[in-house]
Ligand binder design. Structure first.
Ligand SMILES: Nc1ncnc2c1ncn2[C@@H]1O[C@H](COP(=O)(O)OP(=O)(O)OP(=O)(O)O)[C@@H](O)[C@H]1O
Length: 591
């Protein structure tokens, strides 16, 4: 799926309706009760004008009976109180259920995002995704909080009023219907124009959030290179585009709403004129005309409320559409029906592996490589050669387009993702830490692990004394993204995390970030202990590590050019020997 699919053209109305119903299904009991209160509120609202008709015809015009006036007046009051009670009950039931549905929706969207493979994040901007969780769900939130009760009630009142008006006087209804024609035409135009306009607003909001997201994430680079003005101008441009889109919706609304208001007044005048004539001709009663005017008032009130909600309904429809489109994306990496277990140990085999990020430009082609159990292989090669891509394929962040990667003879695609992640662990260059303690962050390696297991993993990497130096030991709060720890300490935490998972294969990206020499020693020792006995594939940026590995694979332009031990490759005088010589030339003066 592309970014436009998430932000732009959405699913059909039926699909949206089905999706909305599926979200409400768990709460169908509450929804049914809410519908009962809607019927109650409608019945009491419609009873008002009927009582007025009864009071005028029976109490004033024909009989002058005070008793009828008292009964009708008293009942009117009771009905008004009941109407208030039903409306209150209905609003709290509908809004309460709406909140529960939105709560589920937020959880579903986040879980869905977390289940997406890396390829999804390559094609989606994080700002657009963030805007699904914030702006879009916030719009639905406003509908739930302030609009849903009015909406349901107004739709009900509209249809009920039409039926009652036809029953009271089909002829008078014709006069009313004539006044409705301009509203129907204006609504149809407004609907088409505003649907497009609100979709555009959603897209623009997503782009503004993207800009903001990128600006905040890259604030250090922006400040370091004095890019505040340029980045600020780019943000201003997007913000201005959002403003233009929002103003377009305001213009559309400012033309449409007065039309509805004016037509309501016109309709009342028409009823009074035609109704008066009918009374004069004894075609209808005074009470019926009075009730009719009140019912027409109800009808136009409902149209007025719906028009006022139109904005919110339009933007909520657009928001729901983008959220449903997002939820409709099928994860491309799913577990097979009968996953095969991966063995505890075994060789890793890459057979004729081809891969392209965009499905077109090949990044890996015809890669064959066998790595024995417990072997340490280092991937080297020029920048952009495909080393990290190969590492990601081994860790199954992506699937090969052709060929297969097998562990212990089992194709990785035949295993469950959970099983795979226990056997093969990727240790990224910069271990990402979440807000919480060191202990919490290590535990991510094996959810549910006890504190003693974590301590054992720390001990196994020889880091007990190093972690004891932290202010609260393993209970030290690491801050957002681990900002309270040094880069080296963050690496140590991610190494212990991997140790706790106890995988058979480690895929590592050699850290390039500068670590103080003191901590580097700890990292080296921990790494040596972590990789002992495990198959290890390291993406190397410095060739020091290649000298210590069992074998070196030289990658260039997505292919394995040479494989062998460091000494063998240097002795053969091939491409690796040249690379090593060049690297030594640059490394030695500084090293
Ligand atoms: N997410 C991505 N989407 C599209 N193309 C990508 C993506 N990641 C990497 N590439 C491209 O794939 C090719 C291989 O990149 P890769 O990161 O594997 O190289 P590398 O050898 O690890 O480089 P380096 O040493 O600089 O990290 C490059 O041309 C790169 O531009």
């Amino acid at each position: 799926m592309t970014a436009t699919a998430v932000a732009g053209i959405g699913p059909s109305q039926q699909r949206l309706g089905r999706a909305a119903w599926q979200m409400m299904r768990p709460y169908r009991g509450k929804v049914s009760l809410a519908m009962v209160t809607v019927v109650g509120a409608l019945a009491t609202t419609l009873a008002g004008p009927a009582l007025v008709e009864y009071l005028i015809n029976r109490g004033l015009v024909h009989h002058h009976s005070m008793r009828v006036v008292d009964i009708a007046g008293g009942t009117y009051l009771a009905v008004a109180v009941a109407s208030f009670a039903f409306t209150r009950w209905q609003t709290s039931l509908l809004s309460g259920t709406g909140e529960l549905v939105l709560n589920d929706l937020r959880k579903r969207v986040f879980a869905h995002l977390l289940s997406q493979p890396m390829a999804f994040y390559d094609s989606e901007s994080s700002g657009q995704l963030l805007s699904r969780m914030t702006a879009d769900i916030d719009t639905l939130e406003s509908l739930v909080q302030s609009g849903i009760g009015t909406f349901v009630m107004s739709v009900g009142l509209f249809f009920a009023s039409v039926v009652v008006l036809i029953v009271i006087s089909p002829l008078l209804f014709l006069a009313t219907a004539a006044c409705l024609v301009p509203i129907v035409v204006a609504s149809a135009h407004y609907r088409t124009a505003s649907t497009k306009a609100y979709r555009a607003v959603r897209l623009r909001i997503g782009e503004t959030v993207s800009s903001l997201d990128e600006g905040l994430a890259g604030v250090r680079v922006i400040q370091a290179f004095r890019q505040e003005e340029t980045v600020g101008e780019a943000f201003d441009r997007r913000n201005a585009e959002q403003l233009a889109a929002e103003l377009h919706t305001v213009r559309l609304a400012s033309v449409f709403f007065p039309k509805v208001e004016g037509t309501g007044v016109l309709a009342t005048a028409a009823i009074l004129l035609v109704g008066g004539l009918f009374v004069h001709l004894h075609l209808t009663s005074i009470g019926a005309v009075a009730a009719y005017v009140l019912y027409v008032g109800n009808l136009f009130n409902s149209i007025q409320s719906l028009s006022q909600l139109f904005d919110l309904l339009q933007s909520s429809g657009a928001a729901l559409s983008t959220v449903v489109t997002l939820l409709d994306t099928e994860p491309t990496m799913t577990d097979p029906e009968d996953p095969l277990p991966l063995p505890d140990r075994g060789p890793l085999e890459l057979a004729d592996v081809h891969f392209a990020y965009d499905g077109e430009r090949p990044v890996m082609s015809a890669v064959d490589l066998e790595i024995a159990a417990g072997e340490h292989v280092v991937l080297v090669g020029p920048t952009g050669a495909g080393k990290s891509t190969l590492a990601k394929l081994i860790g199954r962040l992506y699937d090969p387009a052709r060929g297969a990667i097998r562990f212990g003879g089992v194709d990785l695609r035949c295993s469950s993702l959970a099983g795979l992640r226990r056997r093969i662990v990727i240790v990224p260059q910069e271990g990402f830490l979440f807000r919480g303690t060191v202990l919490d962050n290590v535990r991510i390696g094996r959810p549910g692990a006890r504190e003693t297991d974590v301590r054992q993993a720390v001990e196994a990497l020889g880091l007990t004394d190093r972690f004891a130096e932290l202010p609260d030991g393993l209970l030290t709060e690491v801050g957002e993204r681990g900002s309270h720890l040094s880069a080296g300490e963050r690496q140590l935490v991610s190494l212990v995390r991997a140790a706790l998972t106890d995988p058979a294969v480690l895929v590592m990206d050699e850290a390039t970030s500068s670590v103080d020499p003191g901590t580097e020693r700890w990292v080296e020792t921990a790494l040596a202990k972590l990789t002992e006995g495990r198959t290890t594939i390291t993406v190397a940026h410095r060739l020091t590590i290649a000298q210590r590995a069992d074998r070196v694979a030289l990658i260039d332009q997505g292919q394995v050019l040479e494989v062998g031990s460091h000494d063998e490759l240097v002795a053969s005088g091939g491409a690796y020997a040249d690379l090593f010589a060049a690297w030594q030339g640059t490394a030695e003066p500084t090293g």
